[in-house]
Design a protein around this ligand. Structure first.
Ligand SMILES: [Zn+2]
Length: 1082
């Protein structure tokens, strides 16, 4: 029989040009599966697996037993606690055990732990480790800092965490990983397949996918496939993926379909010897001896043969490990010697037509590829894009269920406070890396104590702390309380350090004098700060006496110039704002409302004005007291906003200096000329969005906002198990405060709810465009801020959502994003319970209809989203749960913190046709990309010292503007990041640059809806030698996304991808792609 058995093929023709033609799409799997959870016998979630016995006559069964130990960098213990108690012993044990016998093998994944062990290990242990890796006995798989979560993590942070681990691995051990290993993330993202491919990985492995999906793929012999991006019509992104077939990665669920049998081959469960839990199926392991070896070998081989029938080749992978295993030499010896005895018996009996040995992932995948090449007589080893005989697959593996109706959608939302901090650290690190590159170029540090090299440790440590939190018990919110505090403290420490660095960078870049420390006056401080790791950031108030002024410098970390209505907080409303050339600009002053609603007005004031800040650049504004302004400058006083009040009780008193009117109309509106928002004044909830267009009738869409909750007695950190449908929380009578001025309009409501009062408030804002009359990106979307504080028992076992019921006839289809990198089609199925219809939403979800209307919700943090009825989108905001959900954590989620969850809502009309509605592939419009970028990569503000305004005018040692871009980027080209690859390096500095060409829907408005977008990547050439005005780039080298493979155009899948042009620094990329470059700077 042919080795490569043909599995069921499920061809679906391509309906649209962009879409990849694949054998299997996960959408088709979901349509096909009944989700009935039928009992499967010994293999509970499968079937009674049988084989004839002649399957291995021509090509024997080649089994690789792969010893591994799953080390979580934080979960029930902190990363350092685990390291001290377990991991340092594990690494030493493994090195010792492998040294004894060259037939023994092992794989290791987490570089955070290896890096930590490297500080403690003896020189001989390190030499042995390196020798074992080079000899192939020990393989580093994945080699990321952690094994990252794939639902809540943003692609920037995934690249950062894999690169941090891979670069350390290359620099320290001298190897480059080829095979990725993700056995524990709770569902798997197609973005990982893309990123790993573009990092030069040849193969990947995944485990936690829906048990029904595993079964369906197993029945089609399609658990191994070429995983390809849904948008990849040119077939350049596919990576060979192995999906494990069973319930878990532990030993009972990896040797074959019958856990009661496999458990008997976990020798750390040996009665009276081993220390792992006894086998729960009643049969325990027996040590191998001459008397039982045949019986034991045949029992195990039977499982291997059964498992092998689920796959197409006769090469079989059998992981051998569990969480924190191989701690002691005794444990390692029990596993290695007992298995070796079984292997020896099988080798001595060729009639069994099997070879069984310890192996690494590389052993498995290379043997499989050899077998494929032999049987198909092709040279597949040389061509990693194709593994003949295996199906192609597109789509992703969310939402994960491990049994029954236990869907793991709760962790999309658990600990939302820290999911928000994660993204703040991410965008702050990105911004700091950009500033590091340009201050390094300007200041040319002579040693590591001079600026900015003096901050290199802070930058490296921030990257490692961000990387650590991407762990699948970090950003997921599934660790114990004290571990969450450890992650939070690490992120907070790094944020403080990065902000200090950025404040110094602002001074260095604006300083006209040489960049020497004696010229630094520590002029700037960050405008926002947190008093503690678990507190919200607070804006510092600008306090000015007569004749005083203060600089406010904005850093725009985006590749496009940004026009934004900015806001600082002031103590005294009698102020005026001056622009970079000391011309007074229009500004608005309004009261700052207390989010908890207890005092309504805080006594401080919000000062808004329009700032235009150059791309990757700085702009200085001056906030001055309106009194005693220097001669010769005219001060345009900030204009007080008009306040309208609805549902006022007697407590409301109008803040001094403002005029307030008490109103009772039912429908209230705010408008900025581009959009009009309608609200129900009795509840304060949004009711409609109207887009005004100059030449045609305006479009009005109902957008009914609601805040509701699910109740549950089963939900926990991982699982969402609602008792029923969500119930609305909102009651009529909440205090509604409308603030209207020339810069900003706002409807703020302190929600009156059925549970209590004051814990929830909502602000909806429209911003105006600048005096030029141009439409800014900000003016075309709606800012929504939910303040949520589920701090006491009244919210126990409640999960709070914001729901938008739109008039868009979307059916039950919506789109949500994967890792902020791409969007994917979702469909709500009745055959799946409510919790299974929830999906990750790291940054975006939208619904659309055939008439070309689209409603999008952009988020700046990871949350969960669903569309339960046509036109609906709901996003879960927070959850407070008293119970554990039985997945090992052993606690509920009760450490809720006050949160501000910010969305940008975008209502769009398809201006050309409705073509995109019929595509399975729907991508954001260019405007939507820009809205998302401005939300996720906001400007950073810094306050200068208070000075006499007359002095500021005469100040000549400081520039007021600075820009690093010599020419504008095309507006579909996004700077993912630029950074010094080794920040402490002083000479031969290498910068790593990552660019993404956005994939966008051309049927929505070109130019991104505004006038400020003038070129697209199709027409504009970007030459990296001359892109940055402050960098003299001497050499541009295309690289893989982890910067390990130079000239990555020669990597599989990159043939002809602008290789020649890239070599001379011209950027040529296909839509959706991310490309890395190394820049050498003179
Ligand atoms: Zn884990």
């Amino acid at each position: 029989m042919p080795t490569i058995r043909s599995g069921a093929r499920d061809h679906s023709p391509s309906r649209v040009q962009l879409e990849a033609v694949v054998d299997i799409s996960t959408k088709e799997l979901y349509d096909a599966i009944a989700f009935e959870n039928k009992a499967g016998g010994a293999w509970t979630q499968g079937w009674a697996v049988k084989y004839r016995g002649d399957e291995w006559n021509r090509e024997k069964l080649k089994v690789f037993v792969v010893p591994h130990s799953h080390n979580d960098p934080g979960w029930l213990r902190t990363v350092e606690e685990y390291y001290q108690e377990r991991t340092k012993h594990i690494l030493s044990t493994v090195v010792g055990a492998l040294r004894k016998d060259p037939r023994r093998k092992f794989i290791w994944e987490e570089m955070s732990y290896l890096h930590r062990w490297w500080q403690d290990a003896s020189d001989s242990e390190k030499q042995d480790f390196i020798r074992l890796v080079k000899s192939g006995q020990l393989e580093v798989v994945g080699g990321g800092w952690v094994m990252n979560d794939e639902a809540n993590s943003h692609h920037f942070a995934i690249i950062e965490q894999i690169t941090a681990g891979n670069l350390w691995l290359r620099d320290t051990i001298g190897v480059t990983p080829r095979n990725a290993w993700a056995i524990d993330p709770f569902g798997h993202s197609a973005t990982m397949a893309y990123l790993l491919r573009r990092m030069g990985f040849a193969n990947m492995l995944i485990q936690r996918t829906h048990y029904e999906v595993k079964k369906e793929l197993a029945q089609r012999q399609s658990l191994e496939f070429m995983w390809r991006q849904g948008w990849d019509s040119a077939n350049s992104t596919a990576i060979f993926c192995h999906m494990m077939p069973f319930y878990s990665y532990d030993i009972p669920h990896t040797c074959g379909p019958e856990p009661a049998v496999c458990c008997q081959f976990d020798y750390w469960r040996l009665v009276r010897v081993g220390q792992a839990q006894r086998c729960p199926w009643g049969y325990n392991p027996e040590e191998i001896n001459e008397g039982n070896v045949r019986e034991r070998a045949m029992l195990l081989l039977d499982q291997y043969r059964k498992k092998s029938t689920l796959y197409r080749s006769n090469t079989l992978l059998v992981p051998l490990g569990d969480d924190f295993r191989y701690v002691t030499p005794q444990e390692a010896e029990l596993q290695f010697t007992n298995y070796q005895a079984i292997f020896d018996y099988i080798s001595a009996h060729p009639e069994l037509k099997a070879s069984v040995q310890f192996g690494t992932l590389e052993d498995y995948f290379s043997t499989l590829r050899d077998e494929v090449a032999r049987s198909t007589k092709s040279s597949s080893r040389a061509n990693e894009d194709e593994v003949p005989g295996f199906p192609s697959l597109s789509g992703d593996f969310f939402t994960y269920a491990d049994r029954m109706h236990d869907y793991w959608s709760g962790y999309y939302v658990s600990r939302p406070f820290y999911k928000a901090v994660d993204r703040v650290l991410e965008h702050t690190l990105r911004a700091a890396n950009i500033l590091y590159v340009f201050t390094h170029a300007k200041c040319r540090p002579k040693d590591t104590s001079s600026f900015p090299a003096s901050y290199s440790n802070a930058i490296v440590s921030a990257s490692q702390n961000l990387a650590l939190f991407q762990h699948h018990d970090g950003v997921t919110g599934t660790a114990r309380d004290h571990v969450v505090e450890d992650y939070g403290t690490r992120m907070h420490t790094s944020l403080v350090e990065l902000q200090a660095f950025m404040a110094a960078s602002v001074e260095a870049l604006l300083l006209q004098q040489q960049c020497k420390s004696e010229n630094f006056r520590q002029w700037y401080e960050p405008e926002e700060s947190r008093s503690k790791f678990n507190m919200l950031a607070v804006k510092k108030s600008v306090r000015l006496a007569s004749g005083q002024a203060r600089r406010v410098v904005f850093f725009n970390p985006l590749e496009e110039a940004v026009e934004h209505v900015v806001m600082v907080v002031v103590d005294d409303p009698a102020v005026c704002v001056f622009g970079p050339s000391w011309a007074s600009v229009d500004s608005q002053i309004s009261p700052e409302w207390d989010e908890t609603g207890s005092n309504l007005s805080t006594g401080r004031h919000r000062l808004h004005w329009t700032a235009l800040v150059p791309a990757l650049g700085l702009a200085t504004f001056f906030v001055s007291s309106a009194e005693g302004v220097a001669d010769g400058s005219s001060c345009k006083r900030a204009v007080p906003a008009r306040i309208r009040v609805f549902n006022s009780d007697d407590k409301f008193s109008c803040p001094n200096g403002y005029s307030c009117s008490l109103e009772t109309v039912e429908t209230l509106e705010i408008t900025n000329g581009f959009q009009t928002l309608g609200f129900d004044s009795t509840t304060g909830m949004l009711r409609s969005i109207q887009i005004s267009k100059a030449a045609s009738p305006s479009t009005l869409v109902a957008v009914e906002e609601d805040v509701a909750y699910y109740s549950s007695a089963g939900s926990g950190a991982y699982l969402f198990l609602p008792d029923g449908e969500a119930k609305s929380l909102v009651q009529a009578g909440g205090l509604v405060l409308v603030t209207e001025g020339r810069a900003m309009q706002e409807v703020h409501v302190v929600l009156k709810t059925s549970i209590g009062g004051g814990e929830l408030s909502r602000s909806a804002r429209l911003y105006h465009s600048g005096a030029t009359g141009r439409k800014s990106v900000q003016a075309l979307s709606v800012e929504i801020n939910y303040h949520v504080a589920l701090l006491d028992h009244r919210f126990n076992n409640k999960e709070i959502i914001a729901r938008f019921k739109t008039g868009i006839d979307s059916g039950r289809v919506f789109h949500s994003d994967l890792n902020g990198f791409q969007t994917i089609r979702r469909e709500t199925y009745d055959k799946i319970p409510l919790q299974g219809n929830y999906y990750p939403m790291p940054s975006l979800a939208f619904v659309q209809d055939s008439r070309g209307k689209r409603f999008s919700v952009h988020s700046r943090q990871a949350l969960g989203v669903a569309s339960l009825q046509t036109g609906w989108l709901e996003v879960m905001l927070d959850r407070r749960l008293t119970q554990d959900d039985g997945r090992g954590l052993g606690q509920g989620v009760m450490d809720n913190r006050p949160l501000n969850i910010v969305f940008q809502l975008l209502l769009e009309e398809n201006v050309t046709s409705s073509a995109s509605f019929h595509q399975k592939l729907s991508v954001p419009s260019l405007l939507s990309h820009r809205v998302g970028a401005q939300l996720n990569y906001p400007m950073h503000a810094f306050l200068g010292k208070i000075v006499e305004s007359s002095v500021v005018i005469q100040e000549t040692s400081m520039d007021t503007q600075w820009s690093s871009l010599a020419s504008a980027f095309p507006c579909d080209l996004h700077l993912v990041g630029i950074k010094a690859l080794r920040p402490s390096q002083l000479e031969d500095v290498e910068y790593g640059l990552l660019l993404q060409r956005r994939g966008w829907d051309e049927s929505y408005c070109r130019k991104g809806g505004t006038d400020s977008c003038s070129t697209l990547a199709t027409s504009a050439k970007v030459d990296l030698h001359s892109t940055f005005s402050n960098l003299v780039v001497s050499k541009v080298t295309p690289s893989s996304l982890n910067f390990l493979h130079d000239h990555a155009e020669t990597l599989p899948g990159r043939k002809g991808a602008g290789a020649s042009a890239a070599g001379i620094g011209i950027v040529e990329m296909s839509p959706m792609e991310i490309q890395a470059y190394k820049l050498m700077v003179e």
